[in-house]
Design a protein around this ligand. Sequence first.
Ligand SMILES: NC(=O)c1ccc[n+]([C@@H]2O[C@H](COP(=O)([O-])OP(=O)(O)OC[C@H]3O[C@@H](n4cnc5c(N)ncnc54)[C@H](OP(=O)(O)O)[C@@H]3O)[C@@H](O)[C@H]2O)c1
Length: 276
Amino acid sequence: MAAAELTDDGRARVLTDGNQIPLLALGVWQVPDGPECEDAVRWALEAGYRHIDTAQSYGNEGSVGRALRDSGLSRQDVFLTTKFHPGRRDPAAELQRSLELLGVESVDLYIVHWPQGGPTRAWEGMQRARDSGHARSIGVSNFGVSDIEAVLGVADAPPVINQVQFSPFEFRRGLLESCERRGVVLEAYSPLGTGRHLGDRQVAGIAEHLGRTPAQVLIRWSLQRGLVVLPKSTHRERIEENAQVFDFELSDEDMTALDGLDRTGATDRALERPWW
Ligand SMILES: NC(=O)c1ccc[n+]([C@@H]2O[C@H](COP(=O)([O-])OP(=O)(O)OC[C@H]3O[C@@H](n4cnc5c(N)ncnc54)[C@H](OP(=O)(O)O)[C@@H]3O)[C@@H](O)[C@H]2O)c1
């Protein structure tokens, strides 16, 4: 099964379970709970983001929920992702806690944060979370090809997303192609290398000749591959800058030059050094 298509406006992807996911999200890893997180989410929603990526382990679901409520936007207009902390026991029970913190009745996407305890350990509970209607879509994160295959081998409801570290410098082509073939949409986390890739000379050169910024070039590279991309910032002007990525294109030549920055050898693994 091939992974599904873009929507007509080119800003969302249709998942194989039929739900739509906006391509651009604000990520809030390492953003402290409280005013800093609330501001970042508020500014993002004001700048037109319609997708927020948080996690149980980030400890800031409460702030995300408050900013969402204060925005005045309808719940169905904002795509909300949280992630199951796999060190905990039951994904369905943990989701209830997340929903209370977020102050919502359901999340749009619920992801196993990493394959702790083995790739299939959490999946039965993830499916229960989906069956209850409290998670509209379910997926995984930091899963390599063999992990995805293991889940597909036991799943009644297959994962529709794999969220992994992905950028021109971590161009996991083997993993991307395998996910696409299996109908699993890839989400690019740390698209700016947690800031490390912004100073690269080649990225800066492409940005300069396009009159754009390095962050916009890196985000655009993922978008042109049809990927969901999750840049993080707590600065209003950067949050706005990172959203100005639908009004220009990278040429085939620029895409090829960026592809050449890969340091993973086109791997099908999710990470070189797992932390779990
Ligand atoms: N599933 C997982 O295991 C996992 C792991 C890592 C990340 N993620 C997700 O991916 C998201 C993004 O990844 P990330 O947090 O590693 O970082 P990132 O988005 O790759 O980079 C963020 C860094 O770049 C800076 N920055 C952002 N936009 C900028 C701009 N336009 N100009 C200059 N600097 C800019 C930010 O600084 P300021 O904030 O100070 O502006 C921050 O230091 C996370 O927030 C999370 O949602 C998931």
